[in-house]
Design a protein around this ligand. Structure first.
Ligand code: 4AD
Ligand code: MG
Length: 436
């Protein structure tokens, strides 16, 4: 007999069906018993009127614990009173996997558990409609991002996560014992995406784990997250890179909106595809902030608070949840970001902010070996000695190029308006949490 999903039982009214799933709960009202069964499509009610089902089937219900796996063969019936407008009257009921009782967390959503307890038992925690909706949307978002890159000529690459060099500022490296040597977990695929983007295929992207040994305790920071990285060659300026980020985000949001109507309904979330994403120079952003009493010096970075204040100002002025800030001070950017001609103080770099949260950092890179070497020296790095494999990229034909790193987890968090990034990653890693 072919399996019928909970959501499709109504369409099989008056026919025999086989439903398979987990027991959400059982209820007994004298001569009438119910089982709520859930599967990946939703929930369905199994109704057992004492007079209509076999006595052994009727008696079994009391022994079935929550979260047990059962297979039920019976007749589908239309029922206005029941969940999903249908029910199954069982002929046979088979317990495939009896769950221990009680479960460590309530999976019905009626009793709330602390996030940390939920994460300890994550596979049980996500066995519900809301979590299924979050992770289905994350999966569609991933697909849409791949689709965008694919349609725009980007080659997917996989680069090593065990490395010996890092190029990002601020982010710390995790040390790994590698036989008798010390290596590091990659803090970004920066070196490799430049090696194979402008170095070979022109356009590359990678979606893979990124590691940051930062002791941050915020709703936005993890020590392991999924980075969406791309690199694009033969550009005119960082504006081309912002165009790609914008196009990708628009395609991703549109795809999720069009393909995940049901899931968005479960999460009570409405998505709007952004028409434009205003691009604001850092100098202008600082003027806007100063007018509100947040005074920053020319070499200062934007902090989380300033980003939020700015987000509110932009929302008022441009009616946009998104905006780019560009021309960050060179002082707060890594050595490989290009400087505009005649402006040694700033870089051709940008961040994309969504509802006050940074979701992307990108830049045009410096591709001229001698200039790059000098910029590295200025930041205390001997490029040719300390980063010889990276330096080589610029010695055998390197076109103007740029790229961006985005965080998939951050994008999902912002897309769904979640209170914490940990809600949309199955097993988050942070300074305290490294298990399960
Ligand atoms: O801003 P980041 O550090 O930039 C880079 O990694 C550069 N290689 C990008 C480039 O191509 N120039 O990280 C990029 C993005 C951030 O904007 C954020 O969305 C996410 O990665 N991110 C984090 N997500 C979760 N936890 C963390 N600790 C994160 N750090 C960065
Ligand atoms: Mg950044």
């Amino acid at each position: 007999m072919k399996r019928v999903y909970a959501a499709d039982v109504l369409g099989e009214a008056n026919k025999p069906v086989l439903v398979q799933g987990w027991v959400q709960e059982t209820r007994t009202f004298g001569g009438l018993k119910f089982i709520i069964l859930k599967d990946r499509s939703g929930q369905i009610q199994i109704t057992l009127p004492k007079k209509e089902v076999k006595p052994e089937v009727f008696d079994m219900v009391d022994k079935i614990t929550k979260e047990s796996v059962i297979y039920v063969k019976g007749v589908a019936k239309k029922s206005e009173k029941a969940l999903m407008g249908a029910e199954v009257i069982p002929e046979t009921l088979e317990v495939i996997s009896l769950a221990d009782a009680p479960t460590p967390i309530d999976t019905s959503g009626k009793i709330e558990s602390d996030l940390s307890v939920r994460l300890d038992h994550r596979f049980l925690d996500v066995r519900n409609r809301k979590s299924t909706a979050i992770f289905t949307i994350r999966s569609k978002l991933f697909k849409a991002i791949v689709e965008y890159f694919d349609e725009n000529g980007f080659v997917n690459i996989n680069t090593p996560k065990l490395t010996t060099i890092g190029v990002e500022t601020g982010a710390e490296l995790f040390e790994v014992k590698y036989f008798d040597r010390k290596v590091y977990l990659a803090q970004s695929p920066q070196v490799y995406k430049q090696m194979f983007g402008p170095g070979a295929f022109e356009r590359v992207y990678e979606i893979a784990p990124v590691y940051r040994a930062e002791k941050s305790h915020t709703a936005q920071h993890l020590t392991e997250f999924i980075g969406v990285d791309f690199e694009q060659a033969f550009i005119e300026s960082e504006q081309d890179i912002m165009d790609t980020v914008e196009g990708m985000m628009r395609h991703a949001i549109k795809s999720v909106r069009d393909e995940c109507g049901e899931e968005l309904g479960v999460l009570k979330r409405k998505l709007e595809v952004p028409v434009t994403m205003p691009r604001i120079k850092m100098e202008e952003a600082k003027k806007m902030l100063a007018a509100k009493g947040y005074v920053l010096g020319p070499d200062d970075d934007l902090g989380a608070e300033e980003q939020e204040v700015l987000a509110n100002l932009v929302k008022e002025k441009f009616r946009s949840e998104f905006f780019f800030v560009y021309e960050y001070p060179f002082a707060v950017r890594p050595f490989y970001h290009m400087k505009p001609e005649g402006r040694p103080d700033i870089s051709k770099s940008f961040d994309l902010i969504w509802n006050g949260v940074e979701i992307a950092t990108g830049a045009q890179r410096e591709h001229r070996h001698s200039v790059l070497k000098q910029q590295a020296t200025d930041k205390g790095i001997d490029l040719d000695k300390q980063m010889a494999p990276y330096a080589e990229i610029f010695r055998y034909g390197c076109p103007p190029h740029g790229g961006t790193g985005l965080g998939l987890d951050r994008i999902t968090e912002c897309l769904l308006g979640l209170p914490n990034i940990r809600e949309c990653i199955l097993l988050p890693r942070d300074p305290e949490r490294i298990s399960p």
